[in-house]
Design a protein around this ligand. Structure first.
Ligand SMILES: NC(=O)c1ccc[n+]([C@@H]2O[C@H](COP(=O)([O-])OP(=O)(O)OC[C@H]3O[C@@H](n4cnc5c(N)ncnc54)[C@H](OP(=O)(O)O)[C@@H]3O)[C@@H](O)[C@H]2O)c1
Length: 246
């Protein structure tokens, strides 16, 4: 039972975030969708508004106090926040590839999105999540767990997020807060997969015995982690990769 609980999806106007929004509404959550581009956020809200209570919130995460402002606006609007799922992404360009071809500037941004932004979002949400026992989830990548060529920078940033989540989870459990990371490898049917191209994605898909996940395969797992059914687990890193890594 979600009883009108409120879910904030940061980066919720993207491929995976919008699938989580759709599933959350179907499960009875009230949903706050965040993104940078007003058009994209409004498109998601307009597309889902008949399914339940959903509103959009615009914030560029590089602005000062973006996390505090976003969380305060959502709490003011809905009166509570019970779960936060962060799907914010900078995209793979400049951070995947052979190391000499990667970009230090892009890595700095990616590292900040992966750890700094998520830490700021966690800070801003903490008091709300502690009220009724809430959940916060970061999206990471299997490169943070499994070593692979072309993934040094993604692996470094995502391993840092995982380190934060696992240590934070042990501490925050005392305030009733649960924290997890969801770790895709490659996801079909996303803007990222479209940028990577059909040939690349078909080659990658052959490595996933169960087939590559799509955003709709990820959404129910994210929401299960936020549900009462998952009330006794925290600090977990859940890979969703179609059997590509184990
Ligand atoms: N898709 C994959 O294959 C894949 C694989 C492994 C891990 N992941 C991870 O899964 C998560 C979700 O991925 P996705 O495919 O759903 O990403 P996506 O479609 O690219 O969506 C990214 C979201 O982040 C927002 N965003 C980006 N920069 C922002 C900024 N400066 N300020 C505010 N919002 C900003 C975007 O809004 P705007 O568009 O308005 O900027 C959008 O809502 C990410 O952490 C990603 O790294 C994805």
């Amino acid at each position: 039972m979600t009883d009108g609980r409120v879910l904030l999806i940061a980066g919720g106007s993207g491929s995976i975030g919008s699938a989580i929004a759709r599933e959350a509404l179907a499960q009875g959550w009230k949903v706050a969708v965040h993104g940078r581009s007003e058009d994209k956020v409004h498109a998601v809200v307009a597309g889902l508004s008949e399914q339940g209570t959903i509103d959009g919130f615009i914030a560029d995460i590089w602005e000062d106090e973006a996390a505090e402002t976003l969380v305060a606006e959502v709490a003011e609007h809905f009166g509570r926040i019970d779960a936060v799922i962060d799907c914010t992404a900078t995209g793979p360009l400049g951070i995947t590839g052979l190391f000499p071809d990667t970009s230090p500037e892009t890595f700095t941004d990616f590292l900040d999105v992966s750890v700094g932004w998520f830490e700021r979002l966690t800070h801003a949400s903490y008091g709300f999540l502690a009220q009724e026992g809430g959940t916060i989830i970061a999206f990471v990548s299997d490169a943070g767990i499994h070593a692979a060529r072309r993934q040094s920078l993604v692996g470094a940033a995502r391993a840092a997020t995982i380190g934060f989540i696992r240590n934070f989870a042990v501490e925050a459990a005392h305030d009733g807060i649960r924290a997890h990371a969801i770790s895709p490898s490659y996801v079909a049917g996303t803007d990222t997969s479209r940028r990577r191209g059909t040939e690349f994605m078909s080659r990658i898909a052959r490595r996933a015995g169960l087939g590559l996940p799509e955003p709709e395969d990820i959404a129910p797992i994210a929401l299960f982690l936020c549900s009462d059914g998952a009330r006794k687990i925290t600090g977990q890193v859940i890979s969703i990769n179609g059997g590509m890594n184990a």
